[in-house]
Design a binder for this molecule. Structure first.
Ligand SMILES: [Zn+2]
Length: 129
């Protein structure tokens, strides 16, 4: 599997990029984002249903600190495992509990994952034009 990282998609503001793509319905078929999820308030235990896509569209999310993590994979041409560094920037959605007002933070996906799936879908669409 080929994975291209980051050359062009990170030039602009990644948050703007995600909002734009969400509004263009790029993520509408992503079950993680487009279906509702239950979050539980740690303070009072009440549950709420949220759809991450709504938060993405309206820009109600923050980007966490980018971390470099080491991932290893089996390289076909080399005997040993290879190591590579990948960037992971958590996307943080903050939900306010309807009952007690406590803020619940969730980090369902990373920015890299989102932009990667978006780019992939755009490419697929362009292939049929
Ligand atoms: Zn609560």
């Amino acid at each position: 599997m080929k994975r291209k990282h980051g050359s062009s998609i990170f030039r602009r503001n990644p948050k703007e990029e995600i909002i734009n793509r969400a509004r263009k319905r790029v993520f509408n078929r992503n079950p993680l984002l487009a279906t509702s999820h239950q979050v539980v308030c740690k303070a009072c235990g009440s549950t709420q249903k949220i759809t991450y896509l709504d938060y993405l569209k309206s820009g109600r999310f923050e980007l966490g600190k980018t971390q470099m993590i080491e991932v290893s994979y089996a390289a076909p041409t080399i005997f040993a495992l290879s190591h590579t560094m990948e960037r992971i920037t958590p996307l943080i959605v903050t939900v306010r509990c309807e009952r007690c007002g406590t803020e619940i933070t969730c980090s369902p996906v990373s920015v890299e994952y989102l932009l990667f799936t978006a780019t992939k879908q755009e490419k697929m669409r362009n292939a049929y034009v």
